[in-house]
Design a protein around this ligand. Sequence first.
Ligand code: ADP
Ligand code: MG
Length: 399
Amino acid sequence: MPNFRKLDDLGDVAGKVALVRVDFNLPMQDGAVTDDSRVRAAVPTILELSAKGAKVLLLAHFGRPKGARDASQSLSLVIGAVEKVLGKEVMFVPEIAGDIVKQAIGILDNGGIALLENTRFWPGEEKNDPELVKAIAANGDVYVNDAFSAAHRAHASTEGLAHVLPAYAGRSMQAELEALGKALDNPEKPVAAVVGGAKVSSKLDVLQHLVSKVDHLIIGGGMANTFLAARGVSVGKSLCEHDLADTANAILDAADKAGCTVHLPYEVVVSQEFAANPPSLRTCNVHEVADNEMILDCGPASVEALGDVLKTCRTLVWNGPMGAFETPPFDAATVALARMAAALTREGSLVSVAGGGDTVAALHHAGVAQDFTYISTAGGAFLEWMEGRELPGVKALEI
Ligand code: ADP
Ligand code: MG
């Protein structure tokens, strides 16, 4: 795990200005925030800095305004939600640099909190323009990055600032780095990875990286069909990337060489149409899928066997559902495997880390999200970490 400065390393910050990068890219519908979990994730860092007497200036992006002001993507739209979660008043500042920000700092009491405007209103943000970095930094004393989910981007507020101000990981960033480090950088072995989801093409780099890292690679979801087809199994009209057969075989060969055991489903749930509880639903051996059928989930016996694999493991990394879990009963394998992983985690025999938009939704659906050791909500950054890439926003915090 990279070595980075934490809030514990912060000296006396009373009266100083902390520029804090958070992820307030909140989902909204009809003008209302529909999920405030990203705000909740930032609360410990904000309140800790505020309690230490720092003037806390929050930096965040919101949507994709492409370098120009756009009232419909102003961070002023989320300030009510932020105040509600924090239980404190938050000043809104319609700039990210310059005199207006300076004046705001003058008005703020020690411990006061302000939310600056959407960083992406300025073209220099996504270009990581040194001039913009300098201008933002001019109003700050320290930089705290608490947005792991934006750390795969080298932008002014996610990367640039860390080079010009004393830089620290916030509590949520710290928790994420520690959990991910425990799962892949320095895990207790044996390690299992579950990789599922729709397509091999979206997770090629993940698969390639994992075969060199883990002892067991469990492949499920639509992407398993591509591997089965590559091995000569006829998968009927399943979602399948037939053009990736060579790639799939190369991954299987690489796994073999690296001593990684790949687990593909040997028994599957199929139907002739993709609908909830279809009349043509049946469970069969992978070699018995008819031309007019599609594989939509792993079968119960396959899942049972995978549970036995997890029982021998000490660490689990999970990205991607085992089946088309949004449509019943094709959630069964994902739910069953998630519950087995959760039970092993509760018993203390497994460290379990999961991430990915649909994966997190599936674990909540299975009712076990709270039992996993760590759930990353970071989407793109989580996947890039699973690909073994260095995240620029994390790298910049290293000491
Ligand atoms: P994540 O967001 O967690 O990274 P993905 O986006 O890669 O996950 O994959 C999730 C999607 O994969 C879900 O919408 C699910 O319905 C789909 N999926 C999983 N298995 C199948 C399958 N056998 N056939 C079709 N779609 C599938
Ligand atoms: Mg997804």
